[in-house]
Ligand binder design. Structure first.
Ligand SMILES: Cc1cc2nc3c(=O)[nH]c(=O)nc-3n(C[C@H](O)[C@H](O)[C@H](O)COP(=O)(O)OP(=O)(O)OC[C@H]3O[C@@H](n4cnc5c(N)ncnc54)[C@H](O)[C@@H]3O)c2cc1C
Length: 453
């Protein structure tokens, strides 16, 4: 969705730089999820170091002349009804809103007094990016019911991501976890752990970084306190399983950005600020599921016993069979199956993430803009052409397949989710659509005017 202004999207840059992998793992099980059939222009896992993702996003901001200040630490935040005073790098500034994207130990979250409840850590993982003398084109996963779990995954540039846990590093108290995490992981330790679990250390050498992670799983009690909002790891932490943390964090930002812009530009209806489609309502539900998903993977990965082995074999069999279990997991891990709940009585597609191919030609993703909705008109006679406005662009669309086959018009939010859909082009459906457009794109009448300095 992010246009670099030189004919390329951020996604073009990332896809060029990364390595595409058709299969994704769930809990490092032997059977893999096949992404090749996903309804998206990107039906793969993209292996790419996080610094390259960050660089692509920084280039995007630079192209739009958005300043980024590195090394400027936020030390204090105080909000009043109409502003937030924030001390950064020793200077105090005033802002209308503050979005805390400052990671697991978020200063912003603490300053807002937002609780971060969850479960205590019980395991210590080893994680490292290293070179190896035993290269392989595919990811390799090892699970041994007495020794532990290890994975060796190729990244671009000849680097390998190595992660896992020794059986002896599970079932710990949180104090034991904290003590172990405080000790830096050494290459010697990593080699010994790999040897015990895999029977070889793959000749790991020249580490880019070595670290330890835990299964501490938490998400913020609230995502918003007045003019302060949280996104990314500031809002949720979990076992790094299945490549989800950064993706979910970016999707938080994608959900929040257009709503905050609407609030700032004073056209946001109340439903987007405090209602059922508010940022917190939609994304906190995703964090709840993220934590549950990674805890379930934790159990499958780290129960080193005969029952753990039986559970892995059973679950791996479900994935191998394909069908609904594999589809559900692929949809969740890829983010494409993340749909937002909608009130009873609305169309079955409301809240669903619309597939790119629903709009032939450019595709849906490239047609989205943060400051307007798209009204896809599937009726052959273009019955909804005159429903366009400053906030709604009408686009003629060709009939799509599956659950979209009966749809005559769909109102698509700036983040690509369906706001409303109708299966008819008759006057009643047009009136319903007109009401939906009003409800989504105009400030709520008769509700107290929120303070939106
Ligand atoms: C070992 C490991 C492997 C992972 N692998 C994957 C993966 O394969 N795929 C995936 O999607 N996710 C993965 N994750 C998760 C991913 O790294 C995080 O979800 C992601 O980095 C979160 O991004 P963020 O911007 O929210 O927070 P962070 O990346 O933590 O960034 C927070 C930023 O805020 C800055 N900051 C903090 N406090 C202040 C302050 N007071 N003032 C100013 N700045 C401040 C920090 O310096 C930092 O730059 C992994 C995580 C770990 C630990």
């Amino acid at each position: 969705m992010l246009d670099l202004g030189d004919g390329r999207r951020v996604s073009d840059v990332l896809v060029d730089q990364g390595t595409k992998v058709q299969h994704a793992h769930f809990a490092a099980l032997p059977s893999k999820l096949d992404y090749s059939g996903l309804d998206t222009p990107f039906p793969f896992v993209l292996m790419i170091p996080q610094w390259q993702t960050e660089q692509a996003l920084a280039d995007y901001l630079r192209a739009r002349a958005v300043p980024v200040h590195y090394g400027a630490e936020v030390t204090s935040i105080v909000q009043s009804l109409d502003a937030v005073r924030i001390t950064v790098g020793g200077r105090t500034r005033q802002a209308a809103y503050v979005v805390g994207a400052d990671g697991a130990h978020s200063t912003v979250r603490h300053a807002a007094g937002i609780d971060f409840p969850g479960s205590l850590p019980t395991i210590v993982n080893f994680v490292a990016d290293v070179m190896v003398t035993e290269p392989a084109a595919q990811a390799r996963y090892f699970w041994h019911r007495e020794a532990g779990l290890a994975a060796v995954v190729p990244l671009p540039g000849g680097v390998y991501r190595v992660f896992g846990a020794e059986a002896g590093d599970t079932g710990l108290t949180s104090d034991q976890v904290r003590r172990q995490q405080a000790e830096p992981l050494t290459l010697k330790e990593l080699r010994a752990a790999l040897d015990r679990i895999c029977g070889t250390d793959f000749g790991v050498h020249d580490p880019v970084w070595l670290s330890r992670a835990s299964n501490s799983s938490r998400y913020a009690q609230r995502y918003r306190d007045g003019r302060i909002l949280l996104v990314g790891d500031a809002a949720h932490v979990h076992l790094p399983a299945g490549g989800q943390g950064l993706n979910v964090g970016l999707q938080d930002a994608g959900n929040l950005a257009w709503k905050l812009a609407a609030e700032t530009h004073r056209w946001a209806p109340d439903r987007l600020i405090n209602g059922p489609e508010a940022y917190e309502t939609e994304r906190r539900g995703v964090a709840q599921r993220l934590v549950a998903d990674t805890l379930a993977q934790d159990a499958l990965m780290h129960t080193f016993s005969p029952s753990g082995q039986a559970l892995r074999e059973m679950f791996s069999g479900f994935i191998e069979q394909g069908g609904e279990v594999a589809e559900e997991l692929s949809g969740w891990l890829s983010g494409l199956g993340v749909n937002y709940p909608q009130p009873d009585g609305t169309h079955a597609l409301a809240g669903v993430k619309a597939p790119d191919a629903v709009l032939a030609g450019d595709g849906l993703l490239r047609s989205l803009r943060p400051d307007r909705f798209l009204l896809l008109d599937f009726s052959p006679e273009g019955a909804h052409a005159d429903l366009g406005s400053a906030r709604v662009e009408v686009r003629t669309a060709q009939r799509h397949t599956g659950p979209w086959a009966t749809v005559r018009a769909a109102l698509i939010r700036p983040d690509g989710h369906v706001a409303h859909a109708v299966d008819s082009a008759d006057p009643a459906a047009t009136a319903e659509l007109t009401d939906a457009i009003t409800a989504w794109t105009l400030p709520t009448v008769n509700s107290p005017e929120p303070d939106r300095t």
